[in-house]
Design a binder for this molecule. Structure first.
Ligand code: B3K
Ligand code: ZN
Length: 898
């Protein structure tokens, strides 16, 4: 049996130290698209900490072996064996120099892992295990070495030659070729190696770091994209200063480069000194990028830059520790983005970033935790590590890191970070090492906290309260459990967690009550972080003069589900008064979720739908409350997503959820029509485009108004405003929102309403791939109806000359948008969506397994759906399982069916 038919499971418990250590690596590349020759010279020695073994086993994949030499002596054919997974060399000395020569074929490499060609230029992607597709090596993160890289290539085709670290030499060679030699002074694991070669230009800037050293910053792109690099450069400069200020961490290289590539499997990659980015997270100007794009560029530039310390200087011992760098770095980029909200004195403006992050966590990570891919932040096993770059490792991992800060405050957290770097700079370490640094720096025993790394599933905290007027005591009882967790999660659960639970009490006047816990001398503050450590605990507040309303889990202080039976009136009160902006938003979401789920149940039963006036009134108050920032109001008025609502149902029924949500949207649109029109007028942003949070918030609220107006039975106002906005827009946010509104209006007013703008948009942006991605995505996520099935639109677009499966952004813009972001249409009861999904997974499987495996995950929650859908989903998964070959996709579909 081949190992793809029965893939091996890698277990955390089996970790063993590497048999050899590599002190230095010198790589020489003769770059050619069909046959690149790589000469790899390494200094090796046996690892004194490893169990001795005689053979030297190196990993290699999709390589053609040429020859090898030890200490200058070529190895005889019998002494070395090249096989499908690497190279095996018999009897080697204790310390030696090893030279290996091999070739690879970058132009045929559609996996986008290893060395590949995109638009005629060379790029690499090594994390997690792509370096073995470049040369034979110990492709594991705990083998750290210094690298010297020499690149040789045709000068006219590849005028720019880049690699990690500092440029130490460059020059001409015979036959129109040239070379560049790069040296990276810092030890690194091979997953951080990178090279780029091709026709590129750079925006450059010089800055001085805090300690007075000069740094060269470059953003490299194809020549026609140079006008879209300013924002990435600014974001990089802001990131560098922020890390100095907040964490005392300086850029350690003389030069820092960002390179954009249009064919890329994910967002970006933190290669040492040479970050390689998906164009989507670099290129931005007002014409082509939305406000969301601008803030994503800032966040991803920050994220990759912050990896320079959290990931690169201190790296992971093994891939099970991935969250050590990813959870921590996501937390850092979240804090960065939130600090960059800048100048925002209004608390509700600052809360916007937190709300957005929690929305994503709850919609995506909670769903992951409820399905067959549920795994702890530090997984116990995997088949294909690329399948574990997940919401759990990244987003829940970031929440786990945030909890240290919630427990110890910003200063305590900083002390922990300082100790972490003091102990581990230059090392490959574990999540336990990070936790120990936090514990030791703050004089705390964090043994129980380890369970956040080892237990999967979303914890639930159920809350009971009691007020005793006679003694003026208010007690809160918190009980933690996992509810009925998915089997994959249940087997990891061993005991109660340490849950930092932030709480406030609100009086009848809507003001916070000063808090004093039983046993305390005096009142301190109005928000308390209670530490829940037992399965159930009661906390009693004293001197409480009247029955208060509890504000629970303020600022989402832990990644848990809170269960408490608020009445609708209480939620409306919190929505109007809570001093914690996060919980203010949360109250509205709870209210909406409750109403929408009730509506969905009625829709599923074929009953008529109705919505209470008090619901509309509660939302009307928020919409018109001028003391709230526009960005906050936009989030508060956005109903919970269909995916989130479906996830809350006993049996997910996307059609019922869609009907319910549409009904509520139409009701809010109709009842508040005048308010929406006024909001629209009042929040236009005249003058030059600025991507500031304030201006972006105005546009977001205005465009939400437009979207609601498009829901009206007679969307004439929306159509008029949208057409005018489309024509006069000086930025992509407004233009794309206008187009989306026209598409939405076409559900009632007919397709003719959107077609002219849709065509115009295509022609206008034909040469801008990232904008054409939006054009595909807008159509794939449109509402549709029984008469106007979106699957038909999608299938037609598959044949469009601009569509290609080979470019991951394009594949995502059409296929993923439909399969993952248009639930009501994708889950059509005729099974048309599932048939399409199966075709695309199979087609992608042979081209690009990483992208295919992501798409494969769209059906993994099939058990949670109504049988009418679930049975068809399972059948589609079985069809796919019978056809796919990659380890990546097999792991996903087999887990889904198990
Ligand atoms: N570390 C990379 C992710 C690599 C994914 C490999 N399948 C980007 C990031 O998280 O910064
Ligand atoms: Zn990362």
């Amino acid at each position: 049996m081949s190992d793809t038919a029965n893939p091996a499971v890698i277990r955390r418990a089996d970790y063993a130290a590497p048999a050899f250590l590599v002190d230095s690596v010198a790589l020489e590349f003769d770059l050619a698209p069909e046959r690149t020759v790589v000469k790899n010279t390494m200094r090796l020695r046996r690892n004194p900490d490893a169990t001795p073994g005689s053979r030297l086993e190196l990993m290699g994949e999709a390589l053609a072996f040429i020859g090898a030499a030890i200490d200058g002596k070529a190895l005889a054919a019998g002494a070395v064996r090249a096989h499908e997974h690497g190279l095996s060399i018999g009897d080697v000395p204790d310390a030696f120099e090893l030279v290996i020569e091999s070739t690879c074929n970058p132009v045929e490499n559609t996996t986008l892992s290893g060395l590949y060609v995109s638009s005629g230029n060379f790029f690499t992607q090594c994390e997690a295990e792509g370096f073995r597709r470049i040369t034979y090596f110990f492709d594991r993160p705990d083998v750290m070495a210094t690298y010297t890289v020499t690149l040789r290539a045709d000068k006219s085709a590849y005028p720019v030659l880049l690699s990690n670290g500092n440029l130490v030499e460059e020059g001409e060679l015979a036959d129109g070729r040239h070379f560049a030699k790069w040296e990276d002074p810092f030890k690194k694991p091979c997953y951080l190696f990178a090279l780029v070669a091709g026709k590129l230009v750079a925006l450059e800037e010089r800055i001085r770091s805090r300690s007075g050293k000069d740094k060269l910053l470059q953003v490299w792109v194809e020549p026609h994209d140079l006008d879209k690099t300013r924002h990435a450069m600014d974001s990089l400069i802001h990131s560098i200063h922020w890390d100095e200020e907040r964490f005392g961490l300086e850029l350690d290289l003389d030069r820092f480069m960002i390179v954009a590539v249009s064919d890329f499997n994910m967002g970006a990659m933190e290669n040492k000194g040479l970050n390689i980015f998906n164009t989507k997270y670099v290129l931005a100007n007002p014409e082509t990028a939305t406000d969301t794009d601008f803030s994503n560029v800032e966040a991803v530039v920050g994220h990759e830059y912050f990896h320079n310390w959290t990931g690169n200087r201190v790296t992971c011992r093994d891939w099970f520790q991935l969250s050590l760098k990813e959870g921590l770095t996501v937390f850092r980029d979240q804090e960065f983005s939130s600090d960059m909200q800048g100048g925002a004195t209004d608390e509700t403006a600052r809360a916007v970033k937190r709300i957005e992050d929690v929305r994503v966590l709850r919609q995506m990570q909670f769903a992951e935790d409820a399905g067959p891919m549920a795994h702890p932040v530090r997984p116990e096993s995997y088949v294909e590590i690329n399948n574990f770059y997940t919401m759990t490792v990244y987003e829940k991992g970031a929440e786990v890191v945030r909890m240290y800060q919630t427990l110890f405050g910003r200063e305590g957290f900083r002390r922990g970070m300082d100790l972490y770097f003091k102990r581990h700079d230059g090392q490959a370490v574990t999540c336990d090492d990070f936790r120990h640094a936090m514990a030791d720096a703050n004089g705390r025993d964090l043994a129980q906290f380890e369970r956040w790394y080892s237990q999967a599933g979303t914890p639930r905290v159920s809350v009971r309260t009691a007020y005793d007027a006679a003694t003026q005591r208010y007690s809160i009882t918190l009980a933690q459990s996992y509810g009925d967790a998915a089997p994959a999660a249940r087997e990891t659960q061993t005991g109660p967690l340490l849950i930092p639970f932030a709480i406030g009490l609100i009086g009848r006047d809507g003001k916070d009550i000063a808090l004093r816990l039983e046993g305390e001398r005096s009142e301190t503050g109005t928000t308390r972080v209670i530490e829940l450590t037992e399965p159930e605990q009661t906390f009693t507040f004293v001197d409480i003069k009247e029955a208060p309303l509890p504000s629970l889990l303020r600022n989402f202080s832990a990644p848990v589900i809170v269960e408490y039976d608020y009445t609708n009136d209480e939620l409306a009160f919190l929505l109007a008064h809570d001093s914690d902006p996060f919980n203010r938003w949360e109250a509205g979401q709870r209210l909406a979720t409750r109403e929408l789920l009730a509506l969905a149940a009625r829709a599923a039963a074929g009953e008529s739908l109705s919505l209470d006036d008090s619901f509309v009134a509660a939302f009307a108050r928020v919409l018109t409350d001028e003391s709230l920032s526009p960005a906050f109001r936009e989030l508060a008025m956005m109903l919970p997503s269909e995916a989130y609502l479906a996830e809350q149902m006993e049996q997910a029924d996307p059609a019922a959820v869609h009907a319910a949500r549409q009904f509520a949207r139409k009701r809010l649109a109709t009842a508040l029509k005048n308010e929406w029109l006024a909001i629209y007028e009042r929040h236009v942003t005249p003058g030059a485009y600025e991507p500031t949070p304030q201006a972006a918030g105005q546009r977001a609220l205005k465009n939400l108004a437009l979207a609601y107006l498009a829901e009206l039975d007679d969307p004439a106002d929306a159509v008029r405003l949208a057409n005018a906005q489309y024509d006069s827009a000086n930025n992509m946010t407004d233009r794309a929102a206008a187009l989306a509104a026209l598409l939405a209006a076409s559900a009632t007013a007919g397709a003719g309403v959107a077609e002219p703008a849709l065509d115009q948009f295509y022609r206008r942006f034909e040469k801008e791939p990232l904008v054409i991605d939006k054009w595909f995505a807008l159509q794939a996520t449109q509402r549709g109806s029984a008469k106007h099935r979106v699957i038909d639109v999608v299938r037609r677009l598959m044949a469009h000359p601009a569509f290609t499966l080979r470019n991951p952004n394009r594949a995502r813009s059409l296929i993923f948008s439909f399969c993952a972001a248009n639930p009501a249409q994708f889950h059509a009861v005729d099974g048309s969506g599932y048939a399409y999904w199966a075709e695309q997974v199979v087609a992608l499987d042979s081209l690009n397994p990483q992208v295919a495996a992501r798409l494969a995950r769209s059906l993994e929650l099939w058990r949670r759906y109504t049988p009418a859908l679930g049975d068809q989903m399972r059948a589609a998964l079985e069809r796919v399982a019978a056809q796919v070959k990659s380890r990546d996709v097999r792991e996903i579909v087999e887990k889904a069916l198990a």
